[in-house]
Write a protein that binds this ligand. Structure first.
Ligand code: BES
Ligand code: MN
Ligand code: ZN
Length: 515
């Protein structure tokens, strides 16, 4: 599959709801609101809105949907849906994004062709209208993702509805304030969906070479320059950690480099994005159990996030230089595979005793982080499905974030919050480093069961050269095991929007000292 063809833009509208030409007009509604919230809806639905509210048929709990036809011929919308927005205290752009996805999924299921999602400025509190509009556009776009691409018996999935974001606000300039935001949200949603497509792709089709080809196409279309390093070039650079992991496979490794160089921004900080690109993780000689191993096709979700964020960064013309690095390989137990006890030499010169070949992500990222520094990165962020321990610590809701200095980690955390990617910090106290002591090499690649996510991050820290660095462990968040109203089962596209948005915050990067 090549990158999805440019999809239709999301329409924007302000003005009276009665004038919006749509099949379904979706109006968010708080739990404790009466008819007075949007009084103009009652007449045209022949009193159905008032009745549903009074009878509690519609309770406005989060993601509830109540649909009713419009009977007034002077109204252009054919139907109205009230969409449950729950309690006002939980309302914000994060919720709007989810509500829009839930509405979008419901509309697609019903094969509705045109949907207008109403943003009520009166619900927003302090949140700027533009931020809400962007989130709504992201949410609607996220509802377009389809995980069943290899099904041959099912009817083809319904084509995505034509979306409109309709602002209901008194301000005369409301439409101006949301138009750009909606386009931005559309694009970021599309880039998230491209990352989901890549993560969903099985290991037999998405080999390292194929991953590199697709990632190249995705980023090139965004105006980003791309270079693919093959196994010979990787060897010349001395990347013994990446080569070590690749030894067990007959598929050769690749390392892809993305560069975003906005004109006239020669000096200043360079954001370095590094993503784990294991196209399938069997564990290698320290092989994983069979149960659930199929999930390890998404062990390149971090790399996909970097590639797709680079596309967004290029298309949105981020005002800072960005380099992206994704080491790509399978982790297989072939006859030439690395074995426990083997020593690998990293490109940075440090030696690693491999205790467990299933701790391969940190190995390839070690060389990847080093290379991002060689390319001039001044601020590093890596994203990786790195440890099962992250799932134990934070579950499937929240990614772990680690790094130094604190101000940089907090910056990443702030951006992630806004982007709708939940992250939470875990500590990197020096004492944890003791768990990586080796008798024979500079350090080991595993630190035992205790604090498994932290020792993995401590390993990565060895390759960051003291630069500001944040590591996001998405092992729990890259894949949804259970469907939610706002998120179907399957790949989530986590971290794409965070990485892309981070490239728009460079003004805020120099405030901090060390922590
Ligand atoms: N890709 C896995 C981590 C993972 C586990 C992601 C579950 C998603 C769900 C990683 O390469 C791995 O195998 N980590 C090991 C490290 C251990 C051997 C120190 C783990 O977490 O068990
Ligand atoms: Mn592994
Ligand atoms: Zn892995």
């Amino acid at each position: 599959m090549t990158p999805a063809a440019a999809s239709s833009p999301i329409g924007c509208s302000s003005g009276p709801l009665s004038a919006i030409d749509t099949d379904l007009l979706v109006v968010p509604w708080f739990e404790d609101e009466g008819l007075g919230a949007v009084p103009e809806l009652d007449g045209p639905t022949s009193g159905e809105v008032a009745r549903a509210l009074a009878s509690k048929e519609f309770g406005a709990r989060a993601y509830d949907l109540f649909m009713t036809p419009v009977t007034d011929g002077s109204w252009r919308p054919r139907r109205v849906a009230l969409a449950g927005a729950g309690r006002a205290s939980a309302f914000g752009s994060d919720f709007v994004r989810r509500l829009a996805t839930a509405v979008g999924l419901a509309a697609r299921q019903r094969r509705i062709e045109r949907v207008a999602f109403v943003l009520r400025a009166d619900m927003a509190g302090d949140t700027p209208l533009g931020e809400l509009a962007q989130a709504a556009a992201e949410g609607l776009t996220l509802s377009e993702f389809d995980a069943g691409s290899y099904k041959t018996d099912d009817p083809p999935p319904a084509k995505a509805p034509a979306w409109t974001v309709a602002v209901r606000a008194a301000a005369a300039d409301a439409l101006d304030r949301v138009t750009d935001a909606v386009a931005r949200g559309r694009l970021l949603g599309e880039c998230s969906n491209l990352a989901r497509e890549l993560s969903n792709e099985p290991g037999n089709t998405l080999t390292p070479r194929e991953f590199a080809r697709r990632a190249e196409a995705i980023a090139r279309e965004g105006g980003v320059s791309v270079e693919i390093l093959d196994e010979n070039r990787i060897a010349e650079l001395g990347m013994g950690l990446l080569l070590g992991v690749a030894r067990g496979s007959s598929e050769p490794p690749r390392l892809i480099v993305f560069r975003h160089e906005p004109p006239g921004v020669a000096a200043g900080p360079v954001l370095g994005l590094v993503g784990k690109g294991i196209t399938f993780d069997t564990g290698g000689i320290s092989i994983k159990q069979a149960e659930g191993m199929e999930r390890m096709k998404d062990d390149m979700a971090g790399g996909a996030a970097v590639a797709c964020a680079m596309r967004a960064i290029g298309l949105l013309k981020a005002p800072v230089r960005v380099v992206g690095v994704v080491p790509m390989t399978e982790n297989m137990p072939g006859g030439r595979a690395i074995k426990p006890g083997d020593i690998l030499k990293s490109a940075s010169g440090k030696t690693v005793e491999v205790i467990n070949t299933d701790a391969e992500g940190r190995l390839v990222l070690g060389d990847g982080l080093w290379y991002a520094r060689q390319l001039g990165a001044t601020h590093l962020v890596d994203v990786a499905t790195l440890t099962g321990a992250a799932v134990v610590a934070l579950g499937k809701i929240t990614s772990g974030v680690f790094g130094t200095p604190r101000a940089w980690v907090e910056q990443v955390q702030r951006v992630a919050d806004r982007a709708g990617d939940r992250v939470w910090p875990l500590p990197l106290f020096e004492e944890y480093r003791d768990q990586l002591k080796s008798d024979i090499a500079d350090f080991t690649n595993t630190g035992g069961r205790a604090a498994g996510s932290i020792t993995a991050a401590m390993f990565l820290k060895e390759f960051t050269g003291g630069l500001p660095w944040a590591h996001i462990d998405i092992a729990g968040t890259a894949w949804a095991d259970e469907a939610k109203p706002y998120l179907p089962k399957g790949p989530t596209g986590v971290a794409v929007r965070t990485l892309a948005e981070l490239a728009f915050t460079s003004q805020q990067w120099k405030l901090e000292g060390k922590s």
